[in-house]
Ligand binder design. Structure first.
Ligand code: NOJ
Ligand code: CA
Length: 557
């Protein structure tokens, strides 16, 4: 018999609201300065009240932590700083008990160089099974068509290993050797790891960095057919023994290249929509809907059982790999005035500072996140408007402790401040004195309560997760207007991307006789007539309307 996940509906991921968390950053229960599973367990009330339905945990496995845990040295244990396996299981069961799903990371492209597989490979004879867990070469001139991803730190995708006396291949940091999928033993091991976590009951797996699994001479070594063969094998192994689980693809690629990661509904269930993300920021800054409409028009249809994963910010930089050069220059200019805000091909900042702490702009972008076709993913701390610290190295500036209160260490830990894994944000605008859960909790109009309301509202309308999207084309390009249709519901969303008030006339002919009811306040607007439907929106304002049958229509029936 197949082992079920914790959700009843096999398509649960379509209606989910995902919340991305660093265990280390959330809450420190044993006061050693590092967040842990017992701490996360204590904060389930908070997460339940926020309304999120699926918790995505960043890597929590043993690791030298040179890539914040994406450099794994043991896939089957818990990093001792975060607790024990028992702590993890207790947390998992408690999350399930509250009807929340849990997604963990399956880092399949590379390991840490400290992983026993790599240690064995370096000393094993060339050509042996152990050696062949990784990709070796006598020269560093192979696969020259592959770009470098971590442009700020790496000069080559090859690094010389003095013990093996050969070069090994790595698409990310040089301490992260890539696994060799031409060796069938590698996939076998990965499947064992997958089964281990699925047997324990996790509901979802985020497959990290999947475009790079296989390398072939004469190509750019991304999205290759053999990579898809590996992924289909992973999915088949999942489907064989497990039900109600989900795989989320991390493939930072153009929509047409991401499309194959869904296969015929037999590869990944979800994939991040990377190209959409920067275009939401661009449209807002340009006060023009075109970048959004354009990328959505170039977004192919996906199989019925699949879904886009939508996000504004995450634990990485705001990546600008999926825009053209001109757009990249514009984004750097618009959103990274200080060069220290930049890293690799992107911008290392959180949502609130990117929006210059303008609550209307933050709310507008969140309204798009929560109403576009796909599953929204909220990055921890963005719901209270946390800031970042560009003086911390790498992407650590967006990974600081969650701000629970105005107490010492932001209420995150009772350790001495010097012991914290990272300093808390303490500047006057975004610091924990000004921005924290405790003070926002009781304040009806706080960012936190705004987010709670919006998440709750989204969950009331299945059309958001399941319906189709149709853009309207009003003359005023500062207005983005779209319909979401399906599940017996029709929702009209209208967003003003401008900093000034804007009028708009919408062609709603097809809905003549229906009444738009504004969903946040349940306010009835005038019935749609034969003329264009006029609306005025305040600066960065947005409306969500449910189109309902007007009373007159119901009475006539
Ligand atoms: C993608 C992860 O999101 C990122 O944080 C990490 O650095 C790379 N994979 C490499 O592991
Ligand atoms: Ca701790």
């Amino acid at each position: 018999m197949k082992k079920s996940g914790s959700a009843r509906d096999p398509l649960w991921y379509k209606d989910a609201v995902i919340y991305e968390i660093h265990v280390k950053a959330f809450f420190d229960a044993n006061n050693d300065g590092i967040g842990d599973f017992p701490g996360l367990l204590q904060k389930l009330d908070y997460l339940e009240a926020l309304g999120v339905t699926c918790l995505w945990l960043l890597p929590f496995f043993p690791s030298p932590l040179r890539d914040d845990g994406y450099d794994i040295s043991d896939y089957l244990s818990i990093h001792p700083s975060y607790g024990t396996m028992e702590d993890f299981k207790t947390f998992l069961n408690a999350a399930h008990g509250r009807g929340m799903q849990v997604m963990v990371e399956l880092v399949v492209n590379h390991t840490s160089d400290q992983h026993p597989w790599f240690q064995a490979a370096r000393t094993a004879a060339p050509g042996s099974k152990e050696r062949d867990f990784y990709v070796w070469s006598d020269t560093d001139r192979k696969y020259e068509g592959a770009r470098i991803i971590f442009t700020d730190t790496e000069k080559s995708n090859w690094t010389w290993d003095p013990i093996a006396k050969a070069y090994y291949w790595h698409r990310f940091f040089s301490h992260q050797p890539d696994l060799n999928y031409d060796n069938p033993a590698v996939l076998e091991e990965v499947l064992k790891i997958m089964r281990y976590w699925l047997d324990m009951g996790v509901d979802g797996l985020r497959l990290d960095a999947i475009p790079y699994l296989v390398e072939r001479e004469g190509t750019n070594c991304e999205n290759l057919p053999d990579t898809h063969v590996v992924l289909k094998n992973i999915r088949a192994a999942m489907d064989e023994n497990y039900e109600g689980r989900m795989i989320l693809a991390e493939a930072n690629q153009w929509p047409s290249d991401v499309r194959p990661y869904f296969g015929d509904g037999d590869e990944c269930h979800l994939a991040f929509h990377f190209p959409l993300m920067p275009r939401m920021f661009m449209a807002l800054r340009l006060e023009d809907r075109q970048p959004i409409v354009d990328i959505m028009r170039h977004t192919p249809e996906i199989p019925e059982n699949c879904q886009w994963g939508l996000f504004l910010r995450n634990h990485d930089e705001l990546t600008l790999e999926m825009v053209n050069e001109e757009e990249r220059d514009y984004m750097y200019l618009a959103y990274s005035s200080d060069p220290r805000m930049r890293i690799n091909v992107g911008i290392r900042r959180r949502l609130a500072p990117l929006m210059e702490n303008n609550s209307r702009r933050i709310e507008l972008l969140n309204s798009l996140l929560l109403s576009f076709p796909g599953t929204p993913i909220i990055y921890y701390g963005d719901e209270i408007g946390m800031g970042d610290n560009i003086h911390l190295g790498d992407r650590n500036g967006v990974r600081t402790p969650m701000q629970w209160s105005g107490d010492r260490n932001a209420g995150f830990s009772r350790a001495a401040p010097e012991m914290l894994y990272s300093p808390v944000i303490s500047d006057p605008v975004y610091g924990y004195g000004a921005v924290n859960v405790e003070s926002q909790d009781g304040e009806a109009s706080s960012p936190l309560n705004w987010m709670r309301n919006m998440v709750a509202l989204r969950k009331l309308f299945r059309v958001f997760g399941r319906g189709v999207m149709e853009f309207l084309d009003p003359g005023n390009r500062k207005i983005l207007a779209y319909l979401r249709r399906g599940e017996g519901e029709t929702v009209l969303c209208v967003a003003n991307l401008s900093r000034f008030a804007q009028p708009v006339e919408l062609n709603l002919q097809a809905y003549q006789g229906m009444r738009p009811v504004e969903m946040l306040g349940y306010v009835e607007f005038p019935v749609i007539g034969s003329q264009p439907y006029s609306l005025s929106l305040g600066p960065y304002g947005f409306f969500w309307f449910e189109l309902q049958k007007a009373r007159e229509q119901i009475e006539a029936q």
